[in-house]
Design a protein around this ligand. Structure first.
Ligand SMILES: Cc1ncc(COP(=O)(O)O)c(C=O)c1O
Length: 448
């Protein structure tokens, strides 16, 4: 490493903000008033000007064990010094096999094989391909269609935006999205469910929308349904009681694979290892990323049920069974980070900790009811969403101002449309929950 590459040097120099094209960011506005984070530890970020900011979002829903945890840092450092890279095509290394074995032990039902990618988006595209490969191998070659859900987020690959249901993410690319995709109605129903604590009671029947698509397309053409068990990125949309069980039953009835995108809900976010455990519904494939490595090194994965691996791999003629993979699938540093992360989760009982904190979190969030412009509050596990009434003619502006105000007051929350979303690291203390929610309340009052 040259001296000019050290963080201290970068921080000490005059930074030009011009050259970097920032993702999912209003670049011009950000560069006029930047928010730059220099370091992180435990529950806190420190900004470049030395302010401490309490992390109410686990980074981007991903740092579930808290920041710069020593065992994870050490594992990554050791892997970097031992095996910086090894090809994953027709070659292997112990780190990725060890992580696959370890993670398979914690999966529900007969999900027992793991395909590695480098992000949630790649995991989703991989899962869609595996679903197609499964039906090709079974001889059901007509089953090629996918069903997503409105207001679903499945990353930004062409597969992910095709099955996703976020209009602005799709608009510019509409002409080239996957052609054979339908969308279920979303489950967000504030008229019936506003201010629900946990799962809303109304709306299980929305799963029956799959029957409409089956009638229109024919079950024999549909490979898979993909949903986030709890939609995170579009503003914490908690599934109605019984909805996911119903969706599972309908997929079984029609021979359709069910994919849970657990990029956010995986690894303890709801107070159980996976949303599949929380809801007692086992999907056929599961996509994960974020909390898999505590975000210390990028990694995504697809978990598949036994029958899928068996059909695609064990029943294939000799040779490569699946023509898909990434240079960095199962990268040694990522796999080492994953192994150390799972140790931290287990040794510190963080999933149970999230479950035991969830009622306190729920009470704290719902104490904001009655503040000006608050039109809904939603929660599940250690996730919270507070929806504000949009300012007339300026959708999203009010919540964005609340987000900036919180940051200036020393708490990081997330904003999506007019919804404030929160998902703190699972190591959060009750007093820090009070700080997050208290600061949010002050900001809402100030901005209203
Ligand atoms: C449910 C879900 N799927 C997929 C993704 C995409 O993950 P990535 O940004 O790592 O590609 C995200 C990211 O937030 C997500 O929430």
């Amino acid at each position: 490493m040259t001296e000019t590459a050290t963080i201290a040097n970068v921080l000490g120099s005059e930074l030009s903000l011009e050259e970097l094209w920032m993702p999912f960011t209003a670049n011009r506005a950000f560069k006029r008033a930047p928010r730059l984070l220099a370091s992180a530890n435990g529950m806190y970020y420190t900004t470049v000007d030395g302010r401490r900011v309490l992390d109410g979002t686990a980074g981007l829903w991903c740092v579930n064990a808290g920041h710069c945890r020593e065992p994870i840092v050490r594992a990554v450092q050791e892997a970097a010094a031992t095996l910086d890279f090894a090809p994953g095509f027709q070659m292997g290394h112990p780190y990725s096999f060890a992580l696959a074995e370890r993670v398979a032990e914690m999966l529900p039902g007969d999900l027992d094989h793991v395909f590695f990618a480098n992000s949630g988006s790649e995991a989703v595209d991989s899962a869609l391909k595996i679903a197609m490969a499964y039906f090709q191998s079974k001889g059901e070659t007509q089953r090629v269609r996918f069903v997503g859900r409105m207001r679903g987020y499945h990353g930004v690959g062409f597969g992910g935006i095709s099955v996703g249901g976020i209009e602005p993410n799709r608009r510019a690319y509409m002409a080239q999205l996957l052609p054979q995709v339908d969308h279920l109605a979303h489950t967000h129903d504030p008229a019936r469910n506003a201010f629900s604590r946990g799962e809303p009671s109304q709306g299980a029947e929305l799963a029956d929308d799959l029957e409409r698509i089956v009638r229109e397309r024919g079950a024999e053409t549909i490979a898979a349904v993909i949903v986030e068990p709890m939609a995170g990125s579009t503003g914490v949309l908690v599934p109605p009681k019984g909805y996911l069980k119903r969706l599972r039953e309908l997929c079984d009835k029609h021979g359709i694979l069910l994919i849970f995108d657990e990029v956010i809900t995986g690894f303890g976010r709801l107070g159980a290892p996976f949303a599949a455990d929380y809801f007692g519904v086992v999907p056929d494939l599961m996509t994960v990323a974020k909390g898999l490595t505590n975000a210390a090194v990028p990694m995504g994965a697809v978990f598949v049920r036994h029958k899928i691996y068996d059909t695609v791999v064990n029943s294939a003629p000799a040779g490569i069974e699946l023509f898909h993979g990434y240079t960095y699938s199962g990268h040694p540093l990522a796999a080492a980070a994953g192994l150390a992360t799972l140790d931290v989760y287990e040794n510190e009982g963080l999933f149970q900790r999230a479950a035991s904190l969830a009622p306190y979190w729920e009470d704290a969030l719902h104490s904001l009811r009655g503040l000006p412009r608050v039109i809904d509050i939603r929660n599940l596990g250690l996730v919270g969403g507070v929806e504000l009434e949009p300012r007339s003619g300026a959708p999203g502006a009010r919540a964005f101002e609340v987000f900036v105000d919180c940051f200036n007051r020393g708490v990081m929350v997330r904003v999506t449309g007019d919804i404030i979303a929160m998902s703190p690291p699972l190591i959060i203390e009750k007093s820090q929950i009070d700080d997050v929610v208290g600061t949010l309340g002050d900001a809402i009052k100030a901005v209203a």
